[in-house]
Design a protein around this ligand. Structure first.
Ligand code: SPV
Ligand code: MG
Length: 431
């Protein structure tokens, strides 16, 4: 009897999946692969149930003879060993980033004469409703909040992209790229104080107040599902910080990063060009402790950001602070640098990891931007934040467009480099 293989990534079975199984059964024995959560988070919706629960759910379906685990997006671990006669999939993989998967499956099958069966992708009203419900479930605060901790377990390194509006949130949410036969997407969003302030035309000096920063979070959470890391600047007065923690938790934010500075905060990328005061270890530890006592869930993370390298206070100072802040209850350490070379960051990570193998390390490679995520992960980094690149790419493009309209007294000359209205509209979801 022929073997027909299909791979599911889903958390809920709907008509579309049943249709695949029914069609597959006409060709032979149906074996369903369940993609591991570690693999699917690279390109698909975040799982809401465990791998084992998915297996149980699919084993119960009529027409399924066996359920197996698939560990790779590109089917390399399955096809050469299982040697299915057919691989069946919805025809949604004929275009977009999923096409890379189809191409690879085709190549693997060709080696021994296996075939692909593309069947029309089911997207009727009931499937659409299930899809929308899943998205909404993931966007609920209780799901979103714990997702950073969950993602830390699934991903070798978390990639967070700066967002400051619903639109930039959608870019972080939806962008999936195929490169060298691999798919990838962002895991989290960073609400940067610099870019949130810049979007409002204000300096990054804790001038944009918390209520306004929460409004930005609202704009983002309304249209996305990915976890949020919030740039909390200095955290403000401890008496205020505890309220901020509670509010962020309620909103479904996963983490706040606060920096060990006091007084008028200016952006770290100024380095020592501006006067900045680092907080004492005692005061800052007390702030962390108060925040940890205030939080109500185990999901929320308070991450301590150390400014010693930025303020040229030395590596030993940075490390002393890191260990003290972890002792005070910090759930992670962010180490910052504005050097072009990553050396001091790597030295910090290596020395920190020699004594602490667990506490997540966060870095923001805006200046030391030649280092790759893989190299950072090798030095024990868990979260990499692309803190300002969306703002810095959009601003010059908008400025140039404004200048050209003034130059030519019309918009024709700029039109070629603009996104078609239809494309921008299709970014936005309709219910
Ligand atoms: C931000 O994005 O606001 C940050 C990171 O705090 S940095 O600008 O590099 O200080
Ligand atoms: Mg900031």
């Amino acid at each position: 009897m022929s073997i027909v293989y299909t791979c599911f990534t889903t958390d809920v079975i709907h008509e579309g999946h049943l249709n695949i199984i029914n069609k597959a059964a006409k060709y032979g024995e149906v074996i369903v692969g369940v993609m591991s959560n570690e693999a699917l988070v690279k390109f698909d919706r975040f799982p809401t149930i465990s791998f084992e629960e998915k297996v149980k759910m699919i084993e119960k379906l009529e027409g399924v003879s066996k359920v197996i685990r698939q560990d790779t997006i590109m089917y390399e671990d399955i096809i050469p060993t299982l040697r299915p006669d057919y691989v069946i999939h919805g025809d949604n993989w004929l275009s977009g980033p999923l096409k890379a998967i189809r191409n690879n499956v085709e190549k693997l099958l060709q080696k021994y004469g296996g075939e692909i069966i593309d069947i029309p992708y089911t997207y009727n009203e009931s499937v659409q409703l299930t899809d929308t419900k899943m998205k909404e479930k993931l966007a609920m605060p209780e799901f979103r909040r714990k997702r950073l901790r969950q993602a830390l377990k699934l991903r070798p390194i978390i990639k967070a992209l700066e967002v400051h509006s619903g639109l930039t949130g959608l870019i972080a949410e939806k962008t999936v790229v195929e490169h060298n036969g691999n798919l990838d997407q962002f895991d989290a969003m960073w609400i940067s104080s610099l870019c949130d302030s810049t979007a409002k035309g204000k300096p990054d000096i804790e001038l944009v107040d918390m209520t306004s920063r929460f409004r930005t979070i609202d704009d983002v959470t309304e249209v996305t599902t990915k976890p949020i890391i919030f740039d909390g600047d200095t955290g403000g007065l401890t008496e205020h910080f505890v309220y901020t923690v509670r509010t962020l938790e309620k909103m479904g934010v996963s983490a706040i990063i606060i920096e060990d500075k006091t007084g008028l905060k200016k952006n770290s990328l100024f380095g020592t060009e501006v006067a900045q005061t680092q907080d004492t270890i005692e005061n800052f530890s007390a702030k962390i402790k108060a925040g940890k006592i205030a939080q109500l869930t185990d999901d929320f993370m308070i991450i301590a950001r150390i400014e010693s390298l930025i303020l040229e206070a030395g590596m030993d100072d940075a490390l002393n602070r890191a260990f003290a802040f972890v002792k005070a209850g910090a759930d992670g350490i962010m180490i910052h640098s504005r050097k072009k070379e990553p050396d001091e960051i790597l030295e910090f990570c290596d020395r920190f990891r020699a004594q602490d193998s667990d506490t997540p390390i966060v870095v923001v490679p805006s200046s030391f931007n030649t280092i790759t995520e893989e190299e950072l992960a090798q030095h024990g980094v868990n979260i990499v934040i692309y803190a300002n690149q969306l703002t810095r790419s959009a601003f010059p493009a908008m400025e140039e467009t404004a200048k050209d309209i003034l130059r030519y007294h019309r918009a024709k000359e700029v039109d070629d480099r603009l996104m078609p209205i239809k494309d921008i509209i299709s970014l936005i979801d309709t219910l």
